[in-house]
Design a protein around this ligand. Sequence first.
Ligand code: ARG
Length: 462
Amino acid sequence: MSRKKNPILRHRFNQKNKDIFTEINTSIDFDKFMFNEDIEGSIAHAEMLSKQKIITVLEKNKITSGLKKILLEIKNNKFIFNPELEDIHMNIENRLQELVGDVAGKLHTARSRNDQVVTDLKLWLRKDIDLILTELKVLKKIIIKNAEKNIDIIMPGFTHLQTAQPISAGHYYMSYYEMFMRDTDRFIESRERLNKNPLGSCAMAGTSFKIDRFETSKKLSFNGPTNNSIDSVADRDFVIDYLYASSTCAMHLSRIAEEIVLWSSNLVKFCEIKDEMMSSSSIMPQKKNPDAAELVRAKASLINGNLLSLLNIMKALPLSYSKDLQEDKKLVVDTSKNLHVSIKVITEILKGIRLNKENMLKAALDGYSNATELADWLVKNLGYSFRKAHQISAKIVNFAEINKLRLEDLSLEELKKFDSNINNNIFKSLNIKNAVLSKTSYGGTSPSEVIKMIKKAKKINK
Ligand code: ARG
C-alpha cells in the first residue's frame, strides 16, 4: 500500500522542507513505540470532547472507530510511517484524515502535541514500570530462594576486596535482595509521582474550550489532572525519575554482574555458571566466558549516560516546551531495552548458578577472617579495651602468617606468649562456623538472623 505524502502542518510555508531538516526534525523512528498510548489518549480526549458537547457524538464515533482501525493497521504492520509527518502524533492524525475525512481535524480541538506527547509518554512509562516491577519480583524471588538454599555455606566477606570476616552465603544473597527491594520502591514512587494527567494543558496556557480534565484523568487512570499548564508541557522530571531509578537498578545489577565475573574466574572459583549462559572463545578451546554478565556491567554505563543526557538537556532550558524535549524518547527506549535485558539475564544466571562451597570455605579459613573474633574474645573475657585487644590480635596474626598457620592452629602456649591470660576457651570463638553463628545482632550474618530476613522478604514478595 503506498500513500501520498501529505505534510499537514506546511500551510504557512511556501517551501518544502529540505531533506536535512526532515532528518533532524523527525522523531518517528524513536517515538512510534508510543502508538498504543497515543491512540488511547486520543480516544479519551475525543470522548471527553463529545461529553462536553465540543464535538458531536457522531463525530466522536467516526474519530474513535478510525483510531481503532489505525491501531490494528500498526499492530499488523500495515501502517506506513512517513518521516515528513515528523512524529507518531502527526502520522496517526494524517492517517485518520485519510480514513474518516475532515472530521479527523476536530480531534485536535483543545489539545496540542505538547500535552499529547507528555500524556503518551506517561502512559507508556507507567506500563513499562509495571513490567520492570514484575521482572524485579522474579529476580527477588530467585535471590531469596538462593539465599535459603545457601544459608549454611560459609564464605569470606570482603572490604577493599580483602578478606574481612566470615559470612553466610545466604546473608550475601540477601544483601542484593535489599538493593532490588529499594529499586522496587523507587520505581513504585516514580510511578506514583508521574501519575498526573497533563492532557488539556494544550500548548502551554490551557484552553478556552470547556473541557473536563478530570474526565480524561479518570478515563486514563491518572490520579487527577496536573495543576499548571506551563509546567505540564515543560516538565520531564518524571522521565528523570524513571531514568534515575533505572540507573540505580542497573548499577546494582552491574555489581552482582561484576561478582559473577570475578567469582567464576579461574583465579577465584567461587561459583560456576551454567553453560547456557556462557560463550566461548574463537581461538582458545578451553574457554567459558561470562559475556552476559560483562554486558550487564557495560549496559549500566549506557543507562547512566542516558540519565546524564536528559539532565543536561533539561538544564537551563527556558519554559515551556522546546524541541530539545523530543530527544527524551530516545533515552527512554534505550534505557528500557537495556534494563529489561539486564534484569532478565541476571535472573537467568542466578537461577543456574552453583556456589563452590569448598573453595569459599577455604578462602574464609585462609584469610584470617576470624581475627576480629580473637580481638572480641580478649575484650569479652579479659576486659581489655578494644584498641588493646586489636593490637595484641594484630601481633598474633603476624606471628601466624610468618609461620604459615591459621589462628585456630596456634597452640595455647604460642598464644600465651602474646598475653599470658589467654586460655583454652578462645578456640571455640576462633572456629569459623561459630564466628558466623555468633553474629546475632539485628541484620547480622548469623543464619538465625538471615532466616528472619528471608521470612520477611517472602511475605513481601508473595
Ligand atoms: N515530537 C514532539 C516531541 O516529541 C511532539 C511535540 C511537538 N511540539 C511542537 N511544538 N513542535 O516533543
